[in-house]
Design a protein. Structure first.
Length: 102
């Protein structure tokens, strides 16, 4: 019996799981991606298909979040973030002007 989306749907299932992980952070990609890689290493899925589908899923999930933010606007997103307990922090203030430490 299939226990994971990867086993049930193959490489497209891994892509769907990664897209959902972008939208719902409680689904950890740290579990999804190694499972997909392990399944591919056993020959049950094609590695190239896994890479393409998970990359596509990640991009689609990120674009969905981008469009939600673009439709709601910065003020609404920040207000809803505060309602959910997000405090903003340095990352929220830096925007594109900030520098990252290497």
């Amino acid at each position: 019996m299939a226990d994971s989306p990867e086993e049930l749907l193959g490489a497209p299932g891994a892509g769907i799981a990664i897209a959902l992980e972008n939208l719902f952070p409680s689904l950890p990609s740290e579990v999804i991606l190694p499972l997909a890689g392990f399944t591919a290493s056993r020959g049950e899925m094609d590695l190239v298909a896994v890479l393409l589908w998970t990359t596509a899923g990640s991009v689609i999930g990120a674009l969905a979040l981008y469009w939600v933010g673009a439709l709601l606007g910065r003020g609404e997103v920040r207000q809803r973030g505060h309602q959910c307990g997000h405090r903003g922090g340095a990352a929220g203030r830096s925007g594109l002007r900030g520098r990252t430490a290497a």
